[in-house]
Design a protein around this ligand. Sequence first.
Ligand code: NCD
Length: 440
Amino acid sequence: MSGCDLALCDVALPDGRRTDIGFKTGKVVHIGAMEQADEIVRCHGMMLIPAATDMHVHMRGGTQAEKEDWHSGTMSAIAGGVTLVVDQPNTVPALTTPSHFTRRVKEAITDACCGFAINAGVVPGSDLSSLWTAGAMAFGELFAGPSSYGETLPAHDLSIALQKIRHMEGLATIHAEVVGPSNPITLVAHDFNRTPTGEADAVRKVCQINFSGCNLHFCHMSTGLAIDAIMEHRKQLTGLEHGLSNSSMAYRTSFEVTPHHLLLSNQDFLPGDTLAKVNPPLRDKNIQQGLWNMWDRIDVIASDHAPHTAIEKTVDFSDAPSGIPGVETMVPLLLAEVLRRKLSVSSLIEKVSRRPCEILGIPPAGFQPGERADFVLYPRETTRVDPGELHSRAGWSPFAGLPAIFPEMVIMEGRIVFQNGEFFNPGPRWYPGRGYDIVG
Ligand code: NCD
């Protein structure tokens, strides 16, 4: 087979087979023995997997650029095997108007180093249809409970927003929590103030007020209880669908889980460690194990990359911003778990690459001819997370010292953009949502 821009020879596929793979104009064109291509890279049996799409990141920028910006955040993504990120709208200013949204897209086109999509924010009275035609990928995360960087959308306004989003056939992404009245000064107290029961109740409440049947995606589910609530709701929907000739209520619900809720517990840190303060909170080891037990049911793994600087976190617990960086460590940490046989590589690919694209309607990266040629080559040896080597401007990681497998090479749109720690002109590509109106 000739005519390829790039061929990777002797790669190990996720199922263990060794083969060659060829790319042309950003797509996979051939899989099987190859002799010719403009550039041939011999890979000696390193593992090749489709690059990840992280559907929940906060790339900051603007007045928050000391935490992160499009450049540092997307370099961090690439170095962690992520070639497409979905940015959340709780920026300063928040992306609740078409002009703020469009300015944000321009910033990303200038500074981002990988594929990106941007969600739109919702406040009472937002012009959702203009945000949709401006190219919003989805709406939210909509805060059903407050967070340090997000205002609650009252139930009535949330219900109206869901109705409008349903009308446009869009997707609403939800931050579901109930927040207690106390002012926690430890990680355990923070957990008690934003309880597992509260998370499950918030999920149920959002489902109850979704009268119009809008497609819902629940962000960063941290407990088996909340996942059970989603499963229960799905069962009710299926029952409803069977009983209805007109299946107008047959909407989709999906959810994501973060690596920090799977791999960390509040017992792993000193009681008042602000670096580990995040919403929803880290739970205890039992609840953490319960989340692992749900692995097969999880739709998506997303990082909720929420960078804050170590200095901003070095304040009293109650004043410290919630959120932790994680886009660069997401796949490497979970790949180390694959090597330890805790999960299969195919299930990991499904949750970090295939499913997020399916939920968002983005063409997936994959091995079939014609699929997006975004791939990552991983060595078979485990190292440990060293925060000094990460690219996020946050400069720290709660995963320091944990086993991880970092990419050796990253291919984006059929081109090598990262190899052995060096970047080779990675560039942006905007993935607007389905409502994008080029003329408008
Ligand atoms: C997020 C942030 O910092 O933007 N923080 C967090 O703890 N997850 C906002 C949020 O999702 O709550």
